[in-house]
Write a protein that binds this ligand. Structure first.
Ligand SMILES: [Zn+2]
Length: 264
């Protein structure tokens, strides 16, 4: 069973990097044209407080799929450490029912369902709005736990998160969810190298958009059901020193950033 998961994982890389890490040029063009941006296009809006003094996460979930309180608390803690938000970080919960034919989600489905529920553009007011969908069902590649599909939209697939629980509950599904939620929001911040080039060589050349450090929450295996095949010890749920240094360099304009929907 473990061996099978590894084989599935090789295939996953092609797809997951498509939806979070390296988008094809064509998809990137369409997203920027529609003003939805790519993951990382609202990085400056989060890191800085010049315009966006607070950050609101819209949590859209189906009945039975509400995220764990520990995931939300951890996310708030991790983002408070890197984004300057003097008026705070808020969470708005919306229970919904997605179309019943959506058992297998594509990146387009996530964008479509997300944007149908957004009120206005995520960066138009002083509140930066990021959205996390928790639907029933799975991604089209069932080994994918979470995806970041544009500058403000993420989906976490709890049915697959349950599948990723380790033997004897270590890590537990709750711990996996904790890490995946921080990982996907890390992509919205532009990690790793999505909208900039780090002076620190921590992007894994074989897994674009991801860290080569298995102690970073941005490690490439974090969004896959087979994550424990690649991680020794505890599941990471923190940005590592290189991730933090990248975000500080971006915030302080020490390194160039591209594809931003908002700039100070
Ligand atoms: Zn990822």
């Amino acid at each position: 069973m473990k061996r099978k998961a590894s084989v599935v994982f090789i295939l996953l890389l092609l797809f997951s990097s498509f939806s979070s890490g390296c988008l094809s040029e064509k998809i990137k063009e369409v997203l920027l044209e529609e003003n939805h941006g790519i993951p990382g296009s609202l990085s400056m809006a989060c890191l800085r407080s010049d315009k966006h003094t607070n950050l609101e996460f819209e949590i859209v979930y189906e009945a039975g799929y509400r995220p764990e309180t520990s995931s939300i608390n951890l996310l708030k803690e991790r983002i408070s450490d890197v984004c300057d938000k003097p008026s705070g970080i808020q969470f708005d919960y919306i229970e919904t029912t997605f179309p019943s034919n959506l058992e297998s989600w594509s990146a387009d489905d996530v964008r479509e369902q997300g944007w149908a529920l957004k009120d206005g553009h995520p960066h138009n007011t002083n509140t930066l709005q990021w959205q996390i969908l928790f639907p029933s069902g799975t991604y089209e590649d069932e080994s994918v736990l979470g995806v970041a599909v544009d500058a403000s939209t993420i989906a976490i697939f709890k049915d697959s998160v349950e599948e990723a629980e380790g033997f004897f509950g270590r890590p537990s599904a709750e711990e996996v969810e904790n890490s995946v939620i921080v990982h996907e929001v890390g992509h919205l911040l532009g990690l790793v190298n999505l909208v900039y080039e780090s002076p620190r060589p921590h992007e894994d050349p074989d897994h674009p958009g991801h860290s080569n450090n298995d102690n970073s929450v941005m490690f490439w295996a974090i969004e896959s059901t087979s994550l424990m095949n690649f991680i020794t010890g505890n599941l990471p749920n923190e940005f590592d020193d290189d991730d933090i240094a990248d975000l500080n360099d971006l915030k302080n304009e020490n390194i160039a950033i591209t594809d931003q929907l908002w700039m100070p």
